[in-house]
Design a protein around this ligand. Structure first.
Ligand code: TRP
Ligand code: SF4
Length: 400
């Protein structure tokens, strides 16, 4: 019924590093050519933890958007925007908050985890508790079907699905729904109507997901249905409600295989990052001074790649022949560490070259970035307004 939209956001943390690229951005770039994608800066989400110092959010936002574009996010394919510029997210968040049980929010694992991890901040706030609900509004407002996220965010997506289901249950009631749905079935034509009815009972009685998918595909194909009848038939398949909000799926992004310079997770707070736009001298210096297997004190001491973070970089950047050369050379002390690091340096610089080029035009002319984002905000707002019109109507808040 709704297009296979992809929505994802990132909090504005400033310039991106290669961990962000390999962990998320690279996947976004791939997705933008496969589906309609909306990518946004979650600036309100940044406020949930940094409400006491919002001054860096704006500059971090621009730095981050430049890096998205540098990484290959193409504004002619994907919609790039800023959350707070689409205030409809906040309206939906508020409306959803009315019916969201407190327990659902308190049970989300990141709630306690983050409070413990960020113990230096007072996160016993209303806004912080609502973090995953705001996230739900971010996605549900576009009726997205897929949300590319890391593993830690999967419980948030699960909760979004429950929120959507509950909303449809509460507000998707329609007087005479059953009868109207039956009439819509007839409009499918005899053959399709029969198939629809069979698949519906197959799903409702046996929980056959295959039957559900087949019925949905059939509805997608049925040309002669009005929007509203189509919506009814989708809702009727799964129960006796209209589907106002869509339950999204998590698209699990593989964790980045690229660690930080010290072998830990790459993170600004560990000081072990390579920025997307680090210049070549900086990259070279960072890799040259990277720790290696401590067993290799002298050039003649053999080492073990499994104990060396440089090896993890080779696994991302080097081909099989180079990797064989590393393993062999390291274990027999046939190569030195500086020699071993050169292909990694070359690989990173090659990856960064087009990124630096793309970034340069935006650094030279920041108005380009402003225009891309303004355009993206307009597009996103239009979609968000469509959903909000339906939501208000179903909740009885249209005041026509
Ligand atoms: N919570 C996400 C993170 O910390 C950011 C985010 C906010 C998001 N809203 C979203 C991700 C909606 C996906 C969809 O990474
Ligand atoms: Fe690491 Fe390469 Fe040195 Fe072996 S030779 S310890 S893999 S840098």
């Amino acid at each position: 019924m709704y297009p296979d939209r992809v929505v994802s956001g990132m909090r504005p943390t400033g310039a991106m590093h290669l961990g962000h690229y390999h962990g998320a951005l690279k996947n976004w770039v791939k997705l933008q050519s496969e589906h309609p994608c909306l990518f946004f800066v979650a600036d309100w989400h940044a406020l949930t933890t940094h409400y006491d110092d919002p001054s860096i959010i704006e500059s971090s936002t621009w730095d981050m958007v430049i890096d998205w574009l540098a990484a290959g996010i193409d504004p002619s394919q994907a919609t790039v925007f800023i959350q707070s510029k689409v205030p409809e997210h906040a309206e939906l968040h508020l409306l959803l908050s009315m019916s969201t049980p407190l327990g659902w929010l308190e049970r989300v694992p990141t709630y306690k985890d983050q409070q413990e991890k960020l113990a230096d901040r007072d996160l016993a706030t209303y806004g912080f508790l609502g973090y995953p609900l705001l996230q739900a509004a971010d996605v549900l407002i576009y009726r997205a079907s897929m949300v590319p996220v890391g593993e830690d965010q999967v419980p948030h997506i699960e909760m979004m699905r429950e929120i959507a289901r509950r909303f449809n249950y509460l507000y998707g009631r329609e007087k005479d729904f059953e009868q109207k749905a039956q009439e819509a079935v007839k409009k499918l034509g005899a053959k399709r109507a029969k198939l629809y009815t069979e698949l519906r009972s197959e799903f409702q009685q046996k929980g056959d997901d295959e039957a559900l998918a087949q019925a949905k595909a059939m509805l997608d194909d049925a040309q002669n249905l009005s929007m509203i009848d189509r919506e009814r038939l989708f809702g009727y398949l799964e129960g006796s409600r209209k589907l106002i909000l869509v339950e999204p799926q998590a698209l699990l992004t593989e964790a980045s295989r690229l660690p930080g310079l010290d072998g830990q997770k790459m993170s600004k707070s560990y000081g072990n990052t390579i920025a997307l736009r680090d210049d070549s001298d900086t990259v070279t210096k960072k890799i040259r001074t990277m720790p290696t297997d401590p067993a290799r004190v002298r050039r003649t001491d053999p080492g073990n790649p499994d104990k060396c973070p440089v090896w993890m970089f080779h696994q991302v950047y080097s081909d099989q022949a180079t990797q064989d050369w590393v393993v062999q050379g390291c274990k027999t002390a046939g190569i030195g560490c500086i020699e071993c690091k050169q292909p990694v340096i070359d690989g990173i610089l090659k990856e960064q070259e087009p990124m630096r080029e793309r970034a340069q035009q935006y650094l030279d002319d920041p108005s380009l970035v402003r225009a891309i984002v303004a355009d993206g905000c307009d597009q996103a707002r239009k979609l968000a307004q469509e959903t909000m019109r339906d939501v208000r109507e179903e909740m009885g808040l249209s005041y026509n």
